[in-house]
Ligand binder design. Structure first.
Ligand SMILES: *Cc1c(COP(=O)(O)O)cnc(C)c1O
Length: 351
């Protein structure tokens, strides 16, 4: 039986977490325990003068049923980037342990590992950006505590084959993190229903992409209650501020609006792909299930610079493994997409 406690760093296993008086003694009417300003706040309204709920209970109560999980299986953070960092800090001993990633993929896994002095093992995706589960399992060593899989993957846009992911989940004795930042754009099923069968699974999601709330900073990690308890024990006590908790609650009532935007973005993506396909400098458009396209161009660095000179920023991925000459382009508004195509058409004519 998988026991996350065995994988934990020693100091984390022994940690006594910070605890506030309000957490230790629920209830109370007069709050003179936390050195807040009881008169009110600098704002006109008497609001935000109290520390927020450290466990975001109201928000989790609303979010968990939406996701088909329990509040005890839910961690909320300052973006899902916080969960990535906390997972590494909980399970990887600096100077000794390692994470495993499958490049080309999201950059923060390696950055968080490097900041924490954690080794990075790699098992690259195939040239078609498929997961090579055998390569993953052979690249893992006893020092490998976490494997990060991203599906749909950033920057390639494809979903990882479910059978291959399942092989990794079954065979790896550490923790498998599946980053689903783009799952709302994807017809494939989330891995959330697999949580009950896989105590070593962590699923990451976020409000930053489909929900359109990147500025709010709210990320989610779903896992067994044991793993969630560890993340809660090592996070900053008030990691999700009250404004974010309130606005997120409001946003969760707008699922229909989000679905409408998701449909529009998917339509925009197909339209953009078609238009890009007509351009003479386009070599390959990789199939995407996210809100961006990875595109291989002839003369990608030049196109990148030309676009930049015209005020259009895209993401240069040309130095990522397997992404030579590739730019990552986020799907914009219909007007933005059209402007991009107009400029690219001009650039093609001039080159
Ligand atoms: C954008 C992105 C994130 C970051 O999400 P935040 O919740 O904004 O921190 C995580 N993973 C992937 C793959 C992303 O592309």
């Amino acid at each position: 039986m998988f026991d996350p406690g065995v994988l934990l760093r020693n100091n984390i296993r022994k940690l006594t977490p910070y605890s506030s008086a309000r957490e230790e003694h629920q209830g109370g009417e007069i709050f003179l325990d936390a050195n807040e300003n009881s008169l009110g706040s600098a704002l006109r309204e008497e609001s935000y003068n109290r520390y927020p709920d450290p466990l975001q209970r109201g928000l989790k109560e609303r979010l968990a049923p939406l996701k088909g999980v329990t509040a005890e299986q839910t961690f909320l953070g300052n973006g899902s980037d916080e969960a990535i960092d906390l997972l590494i800090r909980a399970f990887c001993e600096p100077g000794r342990d390692a994470i495993l990633i499958c490049p080309p993929t999201y950059g923060m896994y390696a950055v968080c590992a490097a900041i924490n002095n954690i080794d990075i093992h790699t098992a690259p995706l195939t040239p078609q950006f498929d997961l090579d589960w055998q390569a993953v399992i052979s690249a893992a060593t006893p020092a490998t505590k976490l494997i990060f899989l991203c599906s749909p993957n950033n920057p390639t846009g494809n979903c990882l084959d479910r059978h291959s992911v399942a092989e990794v989940l079954e065979r790896f004795s550490g923790i498998v993190v599946i980053d689903e930042a783009y799952i709302d754009f994807c017809p494939d099923q989330s891995w959330l229903p697999a949580l009950d069968d896989h105590p070593n699974l962590v699923v990451l999601q976020t409000l930053s992409k489909a929900w359109g709330l990147a500025g709010l900073r709210l990320g989610m990690a779903f896992a067994s209650p044991e793993i969630i308890r560890v993340l809660n024990a090592i996070k900053f006590p008030y990691n999700v501020n009250e404004l974010t908790q309130n606005v997120a609650l409001e946003a969760l009532e707008q699922e229909n609006r989000v679905q409408t935007m998701v449909d529009q973005i998917r339509a925009g993506r197909e339209h953009l792909a078609q238009a890009l396909n007509e351009l003479p400098l386009t070599e390959r458009i990789f199939p995407s299930r996210a809100n961006f396209l990875l595109v291989r161009f002839r003369e990608a660095p030049r196109i990148y610079r030309e676009l930049q000179g015209r005020g259009i920023l895209v993401r240069d991925r040309t130095r990522e493994p397997g992404c030579a000459d590739c730019l990552r382009i986020t799907v914009g508004t219909p007007q933005e997409n059209q402007l991009l195509i107009n400029h690219l058409t001009q650039i093609c004519e001039e080159l």
